[in-house]
Write a protein that binds this ligand. Structure first.
Ligand code: BTN
Length: 247
């Protein structure tokens, strides 16, 4: 069973940090962090994204945070559920303001074909178990300009400023609520994830090393977290990082 404390019982606010995920990793090494602790920073000098990319965010405008979770009994094969848990929790918060927000597999949040939130989950394993997870979230709240990036924010979509602490609170509530689903009712999580999936049922262009660019239709994300795509009448399953949705 998971530890008894709630997510957000301890919140640390920083003005500046290299990366909130790195900061949490250091606290873990020093044994100075508790389950559910949230570290939030106004700015990151070296914010990290997926696949070794950088995560840029204007100071004081967005939510840049990491949540530390410890598990007693989550197996390595259940990693995909952590992605689903996080994506569903964030999506529900964004959908309170933007009904058209969707989860782009595996765990980006998109609004009208633009990215509004990125997630970077880093796990530590012990044998066949996930010992703990650092869930990093970069949610664009009040930033208006993204340069060349195909990105948007709550403000750009809703034409109003948002109180970042209110968004943080609702994210923490959502993470707490869905943690129960992760531990006791994964099928409900699966149902929610599917219902929020970007481009489901629509013809899209994909890229994969073996097949190059090809057309297909997203049918599902299965229980193991693989993307199920119909290609020329045939159902194919793709692992994380094995396929890219281009358009
Ligand atoms: C992505 O590439 O989509 C993932 C972006 C994740 C960014 C967040 S911001 C808070 C946390 N700290 C980091 O260095 N990265 C994550």
């Amino acid at each position: 069973m998971i530890k008894n404390t709630k997510i957000g019982s301890v919140i640390t606010y920083l003005d500046w940090v290299n990366s909130t995920n790195n900061y949490v990793a250091n606290l873990v090494q020093e044994g100075k962090i508790v389950h559910g602790q949230v570290i939030m920073s106004d700015y990151q000098g070296e914010g990290r994204g997926q696949r070794g990319s950088n995560w840029y965010s204007e100071p004081g405008k967005n939510l840049l945070l990491s949540v530390f979770l410890e598990f007693d009994n989550l197996s390595v094969s259940e990693q995909a559920w952590l992605l689903k848990y996080t994506a569903v929790s964030i999506l529900t918060v964004i959908q309170n303001h933007i009904k058209t927000a969707k989860i782009k597999w595996p765990n980006d949040i998109f609004v009208n074909d633009k990215k509004i939130c990125g997630i970077l989950i880093e796990n530590q394993f012990l044998g066949s178990k996930i010992k703990n997870a650092i869930i990093g979230v970069g949610l664009n709240v009040n930033q208006e300009n993204f340069g060349q990036l195909n990105a948007t924010s709550l403000k750009n979509e809703c034409n109003q400023d948002f109180n970042r602490i209110e968004i943080l609170e609702s994210l923490i509530n959502s993470l707490n609520f869905n943690l129960d689903l992760l531990l006791t009712n994964k099928m409900e999580l699966q149902h929610l994830y599917r219902s929020f999936l970007y481009r489901i049922g629509a013809k899209s262009t994909f890229y994969n090393l073996k097949m190059g660019e090809f057309l297909g239709t997203i049918i599902d994300v299965n229980l193991e977290g693989r993307l199920v795509v119909q290609v020329n009448g045939e159902l194919m399953e793709f692992e994380l990082k094995e396929i890219q949705l281009i358009d």
